[in-house]
Design a protein around this ligand. Structure first.
Ligand code: ATP
Ligand code: MG
Length: 182
């Protein structure tokens, strides 16, 4: 008898665009997978220094969901006290974690959160991302988030959703809300 799992086609999924919801959509996939005891790894490429609600929740979903945070905060924005080379080093470290994870048979889902920003900011190259996609275990679902996804990455993806901002409270001067934005 053919097992259902043998039919698994690992998808390359990209959440990009300027509207809110890219990271939370990716987390939704991890949540769904964990419900079937499938393992998900989330690697945060850019965020990394402050607390978010999801970090606390994901701890409770261990061991199905693993979270690796290496990034050093938004490059050039808000609390950025690190040099550009520190950011490059952190992103390269995250890339190494990702390279190992995508070839391993351990995970059903690997989420590379904010990796598109890391490419846009030249912390890693688009070629690095294309190599990840090429080398990945064929049954692994690979999720890439962040605005400004490279056209080359979009071409290789199976599913691409562009979050389009219709309204965001930020433009009315409403500050980020705990439990909604972080
Ligand atoms: P979320 O993590 O809420 O799913 P995101 O992943 O789509 O958002 P990012 O580009 O990673 O968004 O930005 C991270 C932070 O910026 C979040 O706190 C988010 O609420 C906020 N943000 C997202 N989109 C916008 C926007 N259009 N205007 C202002 N702030 C935004
Ligand atoms: Mg995000």
């Amino acid at each position: 008898m053919v097992k259902k799992a043998q039919g698994t086609k690992g998808l390359v999924i990209v959440y990009t665009g300027g509207g809110k919801g890219k990271t939370t959509a990716a987390l939704g996939i991890a949540l769904r997978a964990a419900g079937y005891k499938k393992k998900a790894l989330i690697v945060q490429f850019i965020k990394g220094s402050w607390e978010t609600g999801e970090i606390n929740s994901l701890r409770r979903l261990s061991p199905e969901i693993e979270l690796v945070r290496i990034g050093k905060g938004f490059v050039g924005i808000i609390d950025d006290k690190k040099s550009f080379s520190d950011h490059v080093k952190a992103a390269q470290e995250a890339l190494k974690v990702a390279e190992k994870a995508v070839v391993s048979k351990k995970y059903s889902v690997v989420i590379l959160d904010e990796i598109n920003y890391a490419v846009k900011g030249k912390l890693i190259s688009v070629q690095d991302v294309l190599s990840l996609i090429k080398s990945k275990n064929p049954r692994l679902h690979l999720v890439l988030t962040g605005n400004f996804a490279s056209q080359k990455v979009i071409e290789k993806a199976d599913l691409v959703t562009e979050m389009k901002e219709i309204k965001h409270p930020f433009s009315k001067g409403i500050k980020a809300q705990r439990g909604i934005d972080y």
